[in-house]
Write a protein that binds this ligand. Sequence first.
Ligand SMILES: [Zn+2]
Length: 86
Amino acid sequence: MKFPRNTTLDQLKENFEVVFCSQGPTQRGWEGHYLECPECNELVQRSGCQGCKCGNIFIDDGMFRVVVENGEEEKVNTYYAYKKQQ
Ligand SMILES: [Zn+2]
């Protein structure tokens, strides 16, 4: 099972172990494998170059850049996702 680029928390939990990481960026910057948009609730993988469907969150991992369009970074929950143990 490949990690999806865009998903929802419920969908991700069906196929992977999901662990809450942080609210907003940590002191070391953004952590976690997925960022959850507080506007459209879509989870966006923190890799590659992509955004959520409403355009509030944009990720450009090559540039180590995360943009939260509405400025409310502290409302963005981040999660780790792991392959489930068989
Ligand atoms: Zn969004």
